[in-house]
Design a binder for this molecule. Structure first.
Ligand code: GLU
Length: 436
């Protein structure tokens, strides 16, 4: 008789939790489908796969703050620890008006996969506040950050769960988080967050690490498919900490960044954009729109731009069945977390577009977060060259292993990354056993 819940291993007396309904759940549904695709390759560990479909711990907090105009505003905050089998939770904190619990669950799960893929000794976690930080004054932003940190203080800590920057959060926010946690503990605990300012226990090279990792893995992948970086045309969505740095490194390596899209619009220049000038323009004006050295491009037309490399480095769910068929790139490198839906993944695969998935492509950030955490524990700090060299070594080795698994099993690089990562996580799970 088929199981009433349709999920093997779930006792009939337990109703299927809402978060197991993949089709209704945006990013989390996308993640669940990715897990389903890897399950046939997990051998005897498939017995534990249900672990990956349920976050270990999800906390929703109310974050009330005094606004500058004297009113009191309430924001909803989250911290989800998806898995801690391989080590403490680890993952960023996102401030965005569209953040939901289900989105944070997906992002926390992708952190578990990512951390296992590069073999850093962490589980996966993520946090967020449903707020548009651009509407807040600096004082309001600080009060919001401090109250949120205090609320999630019951589950974070240097050996429990270590937050870091993500969309719309930065070094200053990490400094406030570290200070708030330390004040509550009565002792300075630099290792409670990563992505801190260098003068407060931060690591050299952390700010550029995600973009540098995207570039490193991109170059390795290009080599495998015989694509030359010199002269290759690159299109980038999102020109912040990830897309901006990756674009800069590709341009320095001789590629032409021909199109960029962000929340202010899309721009194009076939001969290649002046990336340093564009970075300066974005810093000054807050976006790519109005950049003098380019033509405006329709936002929809961005996806069909002639290019060899496309780097989505903004938010999730950007490459969908509606635009995937128009992508002309030979390779998509996911700088963002979850930018491609499962349907779009299949379209790209059918069209021969190589997708280098988020869970390896953007793992450079958390890899240097790991270096930062180790340096904080030992109170001994490395040079930037040392950091970059270690980062490049880890990324190259991890990618080489994943590439080999993809060839062996004739699967996509995404499924190969999930095979490597899920085996590590579930092997740890199995060895630790169930308590009690
Ligand atoms: N937010 C980044 C990510 O999505 C970095 C997380 C971290 O360093 O902990 O990978």
């Amino acid at each position: 008789m088929p199981h009433p819940n349709g999920t093997p291993g779930t006792p009939a007396t337990h109703l299927l939790p809402s978060y197991l309904q993949a089709d209704k759940l945006g990013a989390w549904g996308n993640y669940l489908r990715q897990v389903d695709r890897v399950t046939p390759y997990l051998g005897h560990l498939a017995r534990w796969v249900e672990t990956l479909k349920r976050p270990k711990r999800s906390l929703i907090v109310d974050v009330p703050i005094h606004m500058d105009d004297g009113t009191i505003a309430h924001f909803e905050g989250y911290r989800v620890q998806h898995n801690t089998s391989r080590g403490p939770g680890k993952g960023g904190v996102r401030f965005h008006q569209d953040v939901t619990l289900s989105e944070v669950m997906a992002l926390s799960a992708w952190m578990s996969i990512k951390n296992a893929a590069v073999n850093v000794p962490y589980g996966g976690a993520k946090g967020g506040i449903r707020v548009d930080p651009k509407q807040l004054s600096l004082g309001e932003l600080e009060r919001l950050t401090r109250r949120y940190t205090s609320e999630i203080g019951i589950i974070i800590g240097p050996s429990k769960d270590i937050p870091a920057p993500d969309v719309n959060t930065n070094e200053q926010i990490m400094a406030w988080m570290m200070d708030t946690y330390s004040m509550n503990e009565g002792a300075t605990a630099t290792g409670v967050v990563t992505g801190k300012p260098v003068d407060l226990g931060g690591s050299l090279g952390r700010r550029e690490a995600t973009g540098r990792g995207v570039f490193t893995v991109g170059v390795e992948a290009a080599h495998h498919i015989g694509l030359k970086i010199e002269g290759a045309r690159v299109a980038v969505q999102g020109f912040g900490n990830v897309g901006g740095i990756a674009g800069k490194l590709f341009a320095e390596a001789g590629a032409r960044v021909v199109a960029v899209q962000d929340h202010t619009g899309s721009i194009h220049r076939e001969a290649g954009l002046d990336v340093p000038a564009l970075l300066a323009h974005v810093k000054e004006t807050g976006g790519v729109d109005g950049f003098a050295g380019a033509d405006r491009l329709d936002n929809e037309a961005f996806w069909g731009v002639d290019c060899e490399i496309l780097i989505p480095a903004a938010l999730e769910g950007q490459i969908t069945s509606a635009n995937a068929g128009r992508i002309k790139a030979r390779m998509v490198i996911e700088g963002a977390n979850g930018p491609t839906t499962t349907e779009a993944d299949d379209i790209l695969q059918d069209n021969g577009v190589l997708v280098i998935p988020d869970v390896i492509a953007n793992a450079g950030g958390v890899t240097v977060s790991y270096f930062e955490w180790v340096q904080d524990f030992s109170s001994f700090f490395w040079s930037e060259d040392e950091i970059n060299a270690r980062l490049v070594r880890i990324m190259k080795e991890a990618f080489a292993g994943i590439w080999q698994v993809a060839q062996e099993h004739k699967v996509t690089v995404r499924t190969a990354t999930f095979i490597v990562a899920c085996q590590r996580i579930l092997h740890a799970r199995e060895m630790r056993g169930l308590y009690p």
